[in-house]
Design a protein around this ligand. Structure first.
Ligand SMILES: *[C@@H]1O[C@H](CO)[C@@H](O)[C@H](O)[C@H]1NC(C)=O
Ligand SMILES: *[C@@H]1O[C@H](CO)[C@@H](O)[C@H](O)[C@H]1NC(C)=O
Ligand SMILES: *[C@@H]1O[C@H](CO)[C@@H](O)[C@H](O)[C@H]1NC(C)=O
Ligand SMILES: *[C@@H]1O[C@H](CO)[C@@H](O)[C@H](O)[C@H]1NC(C)=O
Ligand SMILES: *[C@@H]1O[C@H](CO)[C@@H](O)[C@H](O)[C@H]1NC(C)=O
Ligand SMILES: *[C@@H]1O[C@H](CO)[C@@H](O)[C@H](O)[C@H]1NC(C)=O
Length: 393
């Protein structure tokens, strides 16, 4: 009797496991366990709350076994002692605590393991680095207050660990990230490349990182310039910013990609919506009921609001480097989204935006492997699109 019960339990577990695996395969997603880097603590490479940094690692296989993608998570910034402290105290998505919600995370989009949904990178070594410093992995202040400001040390400690795990011998490599992690990708792109000088191919991919200064748009000083200047000063990011920028302007302004991209020597691909929903909702317009309705569902936007989003689009397009260097990739769509590459179906699914008949998965893959360059901006739609329901038009 006990045996039968045990066998039934065993089969039930087996069936549940198979079912979970099947669902994961159907969605092209994969649960990947976390690794805490305890050894980093003695070097002061710690999260805001003093805890060890962490990443999720999926080992490469097949012909991807010696290729590495390091992906930096996003989650905004924090800009004062109280502001950072409040973020680490309350477990919530974003800076500091998102990794404490569970010990696995789901990989999909550019990190996904499904060959159909992510044909170019599915079998690479893929690393998702948790964001826990509030400074785009760029802070470095010795003094400890209620919190630690050590984003740059966290980045270095994790890279050292990955180099030792085999990344040192990478054949192909990518540094990627979204939002605050996309900005970190821009900031660290050339430096990361120098860590793997023998890689045959090294490129960066920054998603939803084109944070626009827009000095003639609403909220320039209050919502964009002053916050960036405060973040730079509070986390001590200034010493980390390129001299080519800080010699010309205030360090706070050197956190805007438009002032950084021209000097990056490593090939970089910029994926962004021209109607970046987070920037429009948080960095551009006042938080008020009318705008809340519009940024939640664009069918509630008034014509004045649509006009404001069009002005934002024009400002974002102006931030793109003017040199047209074909080693730089550009994919600017019109979906009312913020992050895109780490989500299926945005990255490659049926409702994925297409430019020049390519999804971002195809465009980025062809550019990465030098099959063709890609610099496309959606010129057909100069209004925000709801891509969760529309197929590409
Ligand atoms: C994650 O793992 C750590 C160390 O193994 C453990 O202390 C913690 O409770 C786990 N957290 C969750 C949410 O499972
Ligand atoms: C284009 O960018 C690459 C690196 O991204 C650089 O090596 C090359 O010199 C640039 N070409 C021009 C014409 O600026
Ligand atoms: C926002 O939407 C709610 C619910 O549809 C509606 O009741 C409210 O009047 C709208 N507010 C504005 C300012 O349009
Ligand atoms: C897109 O449309 C769906 C269904 O009508 C709606 O729930 C969602 O909020 C819309 N998204 C945006 C960004 O407008
Ligand atoms: C870059 O391309 C745009 C559009 O194709 C063109 O108008 C511009 O003159 C080009 N700039 C340079 C520096 O070649
Ligand atoms: C678009 O791409 C698909 C497959 O990727 C191809 O079958 C189709 O012919 C292409 N359409 C055009 C207009 O190039």
């Amino acid at each position: 009797m006990e045996n039968i019960q045990a066998m039934a339990d065993h089969w039930l577990k087996f069936l549940i496991c198979s079912f979970v695996l099947l669902i994961a395969q159907v969605q092209g997603s994969e649960e990947v366990p976390i690794t805490f880097l305890e050894t980093a603590v003695e070097n002061g490479a710690v999260c805001l709350d003093g805890s060890p940094p962490a990443y999720h690692y999926a080992k490469g296989f097949g012909d991807g076994a010696s290729n590495w993608m390091v992906y930096l998570e996003g989650g905004g910034w924090c800009k004062s002692e109280d502001n950072c402290y409040s973020k680490v105290k309350i477990p919530a998505p974003g800076i500091g605590n998102s990794y404490k919600k569970g010990n696995t995370t789901t990989f999909n989009g550019i990190l996904g393991q499904s060959q159909t949904m992510n044909p170019n990178f599915y079998n690479w070594n893929r690393v998702f680095v948790r964001y826990c410093d509030g400074s785009s992995f760029s802070g470095d202040v010795e003094e400890i207050i209620q919190i630690h400001r050590r984003g740059a040390r966290v980045f270095n400690a994790i890279m050292e660990d990955l180099l030792a795990k085999g990344m040192r011998n990478a054949n192909n490599a990518i540094l990627a990230g979204n939002s605050a992690g996309g900005l970190a990708t821009i900031l660290h792109c050339d430096g990361f490349r120098a860590l793997i000088p023998n890689a045959a191919r090294f490129k960066c991919i920054a998603d939803a990182a084109l944070f626009v200064r827009g000095k003639d748009l609403p909220g320039a000083e209050d919502k964009r310039e002053r916050p960036f200047a405060t973040i730079v000063a509070f986390h001590g990011i200034d010493k980390f910013l390129p001299k080519s920028c800080t010699s010309k302007m205030d360090p706070g302004l050197c956190l805007f990609p438009e002032n950084l991209l021209g000097d990056i020597e490593t090939p970089i691909f910029l994926v962004n919506s021209a109607f970046d929903s987070l920037q429009i909702a948080s960095n551009l317009v006042p938080v008020e009921p009318g705008w809340n309705n519009c940024t939640k569902d664009i069918k509630f936007c008034t014509s004045t609001q649509i006009q404001t989003t069009k002005e934002f689009r024009a400002a974002l397009l102006k931030t793109l480097p003017e040199d047209n260097n074909s080693s730089r990739g550009i994919f600017i769509d019109s979906c009312f989204y913020h992050d895109q590459i780490n989500y299926y179906p945005r990255w490659s699914g049926p409702t994925s935006p297409k430019l020049n008949n390519k999804t971002m998965s195809e465009a980025v893959g062809d550019w990465y492997f030098d099959r063709s360059s890609f610099q496309e901006i959606d010129m057909k739609n100069d209004f925000p699109r709801n891509c969760t329901q529309d197929h590409d038009i």
